[in-house]
Design a protein around this ligand. Structure first.
Ligand code: NAP
Length: 311
């Protein structure tokens, strides 16, 4: 057995087994990263669905039971539930265990979770930048993290060995790993993820409220661009509510910039400044090209949607 195929942990506990938690379970199995995968979910429906699929070795309806004897514990519920979870599991954590998370915001998570982590347990916050608009235990798949970035934001003073172990974990799940300051992470993600989601939620909401253009027309002619926003705007409402409530400052800062730039575009349209519009659209087209070149999306036309028509 080579080092890279050895289990990294005896037991991993995934607290939350929706899209991200269940995908982690698949990736852990695929890479042989743990001898035992324990999952926690709060609802009987999700517990039953996870049991039927079988991606975990044991399933629990309390987080305390899931973390018993675990070497690696991952918080994978919506961010708003992390503080309560951390408080509940704290007395049950094994000495020397590593606690991590997958939350989409980092400074608030460190602030909320950090104080509950007992002495002798390491806390290494993480954010896999990978996802879909689906949620729940049926949504997961083993390749979700392949070729995607995972950002670790260890607070100052975190045990370097624990950080290294979490880095190895995500690498073996298929990700590339970067270490970043939590506040910087939140600013970067505000513009690359949080504000784009807000724009999608807003435009779909505006279209739904229009009275002069009917909803029937909005749906019928959605291939003009609207439907690409609806994919993002179908993302989980609880998760995204918690993202905006916990990354308030960075999102508001980026929205300020966004509004200024939108006003400039509005002015260009009003005054017929075609050159300004053309120049911006040329720059943005190049950004799309670099995302494809970086392997972060497919160059397939129409986002890879099949051209086949249903019979
Ligand atoms: P999800 O599919 O909706 O699954 C959420 C899981 O958390 C379920 O097991 C759910 O249990 C449980 N849960 C929900 N609310 C809870 C609460 N109040 N207390 C205890 N458990 C609760 O969510 P997800 O997409 O996997 O997201 C999980 C985390 O990953 C979030 O923190 C999110 O910020 C982060 N993340 C998401 C994405 C993405 O694109 N989705 C990408 C990167 C990171 P029940 O089903 O039993 O209610």
């Amino acid at each position: 057995m080579t080092i890279d195929s050895k289990p990294l942990f005896g037991k991993v506990a995934l607290l939350g087994i929706g899209l991200i938690g269940s995908s982690m379970a698949y990736a852990i199995r695929r890479a042989g990263l743990a001898a035992h995968i324990a999952g926690y979910t709060r609802s009987p429906e999700s517990l039953e669905a996870a049991r039927a699929i079988g991606f975990a070795d044991t399933l629990h309806d309390t987080p305390e039971a899931a973390v018993r004897e675990a070497d690696f514990v991952v918080l994978a519920t919506p961010v708003g539930a992390f503080a309560q979870l951390a408080q509940s599991i704290a007395p049950h954590l094994k000495a020397g265990a590593i606690v991590s998370d997958v939350g989409s915001v980092k400074a608030a998570v460190i602030h909320e979770v950090g104080p509950h982590i007992p002495a002798g347990v390491h806390f290494v916050p993480a954010h896999p930048i990978a996802g879909t608009e689906q949620s729940g235990p049926e949504a997961g798949f083993p390749e979700l993290f392949d070729g995607r970035w995972c950002v670790l934001t260890p607070p100052a003073g975190t045990d370097p060995q624990a950080v290294e172990t979490v880095r190895t974990f995500w690498r073996r799940c298929g990700s590339e790993v970067e270490i970043m300051d939590a506040k910087h992470h939140d600013l970067v993600l505000a513009i690359t993820s949080h504000v784009p989601h807000l724009i999608a939620y807003n435009i779909v909401g505006t279209a739904a409220d229009l009275e002069t253009v009917t909803q029937g027309e909005v749906i019928k002619y959605s291939a003009g661009g609207f439907r690409d926003f609806t994919r993002i705007a179908a993302s989980d409402p609880t998760m995204w509510r918690d993202v905006f409530l916990n990354n308030r400052e960075a999102v508001l800062e980026m929205l300020g910039r966004f509004n200024e730039d939108l006003t400039a575009l509005q002015r260009a349209i009003r005054w017929g400044d075609g050159e300004a519009l053309f120049n911006l659209f040329t720059r943005t087209r190049a950004i799309r090209r670099s995302i494809v070149e970086a392997g972060q999306d497919t160059p397939a036309p129409n986002f890879g949607r099949s051209r086949a028509r249903k019979p």
